[in-house]
Design a protein around this ligand. Sequence first.
Ligand code: NAD
Length: 487
Amino acid sequence: MSKSFNPDDISPPAGHYIGGHYVHAKGEIDVTRPSDSKIAAACPIADERLVDEAVQVAKRALKTSNWGGVRPRERTKILHRWADLIEAEAETLARLEASYSTRPIGQLVQGDIAVTAEQLRFFAEFADKEGGAVAPTDDASVGMIITEPYGVVGAITPWNFPINMAGWKIGPALAAGNAIVLKPSEMTPFSTLYMAELATRAGLPDGLLNIVLGDGATTGHAITGHPDIAKVSFTGSTAAGSAIMANVARTGIKPMTLELGGKSPQIVFADADLKKAAAAIISSILGNAGQACVAGSRLIVEESIAEEFTSAIIEHMKAVRPGPTWDAETQYSPIISRRQIDRIHMIVKAAVSEAGTCLLGGEMMNRSGYFYQPTLLADIDQSSPAITEEIFGPVLTMQSFTTEEEAISLADHPQYGLASGLYTRDVSRALRLSRLLQSGTVWVNRYNRSRDHILPTGGYKRSGIGKDLGREAYQANRKSKTVLIAL
Ligand code: NAD
């Protein structure tokens, strides 16, 4: 169990990480600690020239190390060593993360970091197991489908789970034989830099993993538009995903994996195990204070149990333990920024002024840092921004239904389709409705990803294109070539 610490004792790595070492640079963007709203560090901005330098370093590293052409088990071994080092250095990594992000120190070593190390090992194991195929052709020829790495992958990650999101991008890209140029969020850049330093210490050839810091408009834009970036892998908002698609289309044609926003429904039937359902829903909307792409933000409950279930949810919500992310006792996270907490509050206020009812919360917490009360809203119109917009905060809306058709119709979102939750003891109903729910994942009688990393994750509709995790994420980092030989 990690101990509490003083964030003023933490000094973040300075600069970018290119070619196996830090490239010092002047901090340009304030990095604010969400737990006490103190500006505690600064993030540099890599311009187009520096991004190009990182891409050229990555290209040269691919050549000199022959990373895509070595015996695949060599890649596996290095990635395993990296995962081991991440675990060995977990406390340092956790402090770096907890100092500047919304992730509490008590949840990092056994949670985000352990899961990330496990996922890196999971991807490492594909390198010497996942290949192409020999196709059935006539016996005068041999038809093969072989796979090859793309080259340099450009990746961009969000601030909400910085270590884990970096692992999702780097693991499959490197295992599949690519080099990578990654930009973490300008709000939480430091843990990703340290992960790169550990990769070098694990024996990863210099230049295969490059971290460039900066904002979306300059650094992100330069990555996605770079002609030598062969594939783009992005996790973030739907708005930024859309801007990236436009930039990629403007500058070339390349494959993209886009993991975007969500507004996930949670349908609870009267026959469900209501205690378990309430616990799952609470952790889905209050974990990281609702700042998760799959946050289960829309509760849709069968009318006959609506009152009883709402009371249970309220009891759970009242029990949260907020605190600074560097306090080992903290369970409930702050909101990432002033801007984000203001936006949450604006949507909540608008919902209430449109005749909605605020059953709990609805205000910022009276403490330093950016903390928002767990909030439950009822009587909300289906077209209200509280239902249609991704709030990215601890705000749950409650709606009720009487028929399955009504439940599915309320669950259906015009734009988002990332995940859905379904709680019932009726197996036939669970299977029937799983088919009807329009989302990339349906969780039944549970919520949130498990540690079965073979299960891919990704969105329907504007929640994204392609998958992270699973075999799919590895395959998405290799292109396929058909070879037909006349005998
Ligand atoms: P964001 O879109 O604002 O930023 C994400 C990253 O993209 C940051 O590094 C940012 O600097 C960069 N960026 C922004 N505009 C860009 C542009 N035009 N070109 C290139 N890069 C650009 O998102 P955020 O606020 O950091 O993260 C929250 C969002 O991420 C939510 O919408 C959440 O649902 C989503 N998310 C999705 C998943 C998933 O698996 N689907 C996982 C985590 C987060």
